[in-house]
Design a protein around this ligand. Structure first.
Ligand SMILES: [Zn+2]
Ligand SMILES: [Zn+2]
Ligand SMILES: [Zn+2]
Ligand SMILES: [Zn+2]
Ligand SMILES: [Zn+2]
Ligand SMILES: [Zn+2]
Ligand SMILES: [Zn+2]
Ligand SMILES: [Zn+2]
Length: 297
């Protein structure tokens, strides 16, 4: 018995398009239609192409039929057995977006089937908890909008936005293999990780088992260095006395504005580097002089 159909990435958005390996809308719809109109059919989950957003009246008309089909099955929550039809389902409908008046995020989760774990195809209400940590039995991934029950795929909470994210969508710290548990959703991953300007090492730098990262607090500088690279000349160093985290250039320009009130530990941090630079210059000077290759005046 046909229980579920996965059409994601397999059907075109419109019939006037063509893409290798994809089925046309006008080919798929009559087949789906005949399935849901066969008495005694056991179809309980259709994963629709996410781009099917009211592109054609035929698509919408089928979505409404399929919505009615699920409604008429009168299924119950696998846990608390509440009936998932009628007023319980309400204006939201079984398929997101079938009810245009419902204030759902149509662009993002249109065509997603509600109340259904896409792995085990069991139905759940949105009130039952998982009996383990108080979270809902059926959870929606913030990125792909797919629903999974707790038994099939416990979700991870994004460290930044606290939304649930599924195992396929979550972005983990590059140091996860050595135990770092920093995990974010795809949206938050954009500005969640530090990249060392010197060696290119990437990490979360927060709860990390990998290196710590240091960011220069100078205006518009944003220089980032891992702890292995910050001892290089010019690196971002932390001053224990005034708590400034600065690269050498920014520290120097800040101190030079007011030498009289300059933090003495910061001066020491700079002085060391200036001293090294002078020594290096002196070495070059001496080498050149010894080589007698230049004419000195
Ligand atoms: Zn329930
Ligand atoms: Zn499941
Ligand atoms: Zn996901
Ligand atoms: Zn997030
Ligand atoms: Zn580095
Ligand atoms: Zn980490
Ligand atoms: Zn800087
Ligand atoms: Zn200082």
């Amino acid at each position: 018995m046909l229980k579920e159909i996965d059409l994601t990435h397999k059907v075109l958005e419109r019939d006037d398009e063509w893409e290798q390996g994809k089925l046309s809308v006008s080919f798929v719809l009559p087949i789906l239609d005949s399935i849901i109109n066969t008495p005694g059919n056991s179809l309980t989950l259709v994963r629709f192409p996410k781009q099917w957003r009211y592109r054609s009246p035929a698509v919408l008309s089928f979505l409404l039929d399929y919505n009615r089909h699920l409604e008429s099955r009168q299924v119950r929550c696998s846990k608390c057995t509440v009936g998932l039809w009628g007023s319980y389902i309400g204006t939201k409908g079984w398929i997101n977006g079938v009810n245009r008046h419902h204030g759902d995020d149509l662009y993002n989760n249109h065509c997603m089937q509600n109340h259904t774990c896409i792995k085990c195809t069991k139905f759940f209400c949105y009130e039952c908890d998982n009996g383990v940590d108080g979270k809902l039995m059926l959870q929606t991934c913030i990125d792909c909008k797919e629903e999974y029950c707790y038994n099939c795929a416990p979700m991870t909470e994004c460290v930044q936005c606290s939304e649930n994210v599924c195992n396929d969508c979550r972005v983990r710290c590059p140091y996860s293999s050595s135990g770092c548990e920093y995990t974010v959703c795809a949206f938050c991953s954009g500005d969640s990780f530090m990249v060392c300007d010197t060696c290119g090492d990437k990490g979360c730098g927060e709860w990390c088992t990998g290196p710590g990262f240091f960011v220069c607090d100078g205006d518009d500088c944003n220089k980032v260095q891992c702890e292995g690279c910050r001892d290089e000349p010019g690196g971002v160093k932390w001053c224990d006395s005034c708590n400034a985290s600065s690269c050498a250039d920014c520290r120097y320009s800040k101190l030079s504005k007011d030498w009289g009130n300059a933090c003495s530990e910061c001066i020491e941090l700079i002085a060391g580097e200036l001293g090294q630079k002078i020594l290096k210059d002196k070495q070059i000077y001496t080498n050149l002089k010894n080589m007698k290759c230049c004419v000195w005046i």
